[in-house]
Design a protein around this ligand. Sequence first.
Ligand code: ADP
Ligand code: ADP
Length: 225
Amino acid sequence: MAKVVFEQVSKRYENGFVAVNHLNLDIDDREFLVLVGPSGCGKTTTLRMLAGLEDISAGNILIGNTRVNDVSPKDRDIAMVFQSYALYPHMTVFENMAFSLDLKGIPKAEIRQRVQAAAQQLGIEALLDRKPRQLSGGQRQRVAVGRAIVRNPAVFLMDEPLSNLDAKLRVQARAELSKLHQSLGTTFVYVTHDQVEAMTMGTRIAVMNQGVLQQVDRPERVYEA
Ligand code: ADP
Ligand code: ADP
C-alpha cells in the first residue's frame, strides 16, 4: 500500500540529453497507472528512476512517505518486472523466485511458503524445478511476475511486460494482470507503448512525449472516440 509522487523530476544523461523534463505526477495508492507514449519518450527512464536503477538529476521521488532519492533499489518497497524478464538462466524457477528473499535473510521455511503461494496463484507450481530455458515464453512471463509477487511490495513496476508474447497470449495475460492487480490491492505502475493495453488495463493513463508529461486522466478521457 503506497502512493508514489514525482516532484519536478528530471533526468539528464551524461551525454547531456534530457530524457525526462520536470515530471510532476501523483500516483494514488492501489492505482493501476499506465505510462504511455512513443518509443524514446522517457517511459523506461522514469520507471528506472522510481526503481532506483537510475539516478535522479533533479527533483524528488516519494514512495509512501519516504523520499527515496538516495534509497538503494533493494530498500525501496517495490518490485519490477522487466520486458526481457531478466530471469537468472542458471537457476530454477524456485531459485529465481526465492533469490531476492534469500538476500533479505528471510527464513527458508517462509521463503518456501511464499514461493509456493505465488506459484499457485500464477499456475506455475509444476514448473518450480525447471530452468528458464525449459519454459515457454508465456511461462517465463509468469515466473517474472511471480518473482515480483513474492517480494510483497507496496508498488509493482512493469516495463512492457507483455511485449514479448504473441497476440493471443497477450490478450489473456492482460486480463490476468488486471485480476492480479485487484486481488493484490497494491499500486501498479505500468509502462507500455500499446494503446490497447493502456486503455484496457489502466485506471489512469499518463501520456508522455519527448520527456514531458502531457496528460494524466482516465482512459476514456485520454482516448476519446
Ligand atoms: P522509452 O522507454 O519511452 O522508449 P527511454 O526512457 O528508454 O524511453 O529513453 C528516453 C530517451 O533517453 C531516448 O531518447 C533514449 O535514447 C535516451 N537514453 C536512454 N538511456 C540513455 C543513456 N544511458 N544515455 C543517453 N541517452 C539515453
Ligand atoms: P533481486 O536481485 O533478486 O531483485 P534485490 O532485492 O537485492 O534482489 O534487488 C537487487 C536488484 O534487483 C535491484 O536493482 C532491484 O531494483 C532489482 N529488482 C527489484 N525487484 C526485482 C524483481 N522482481 N526482479 C528482478 N529484479 C528486481
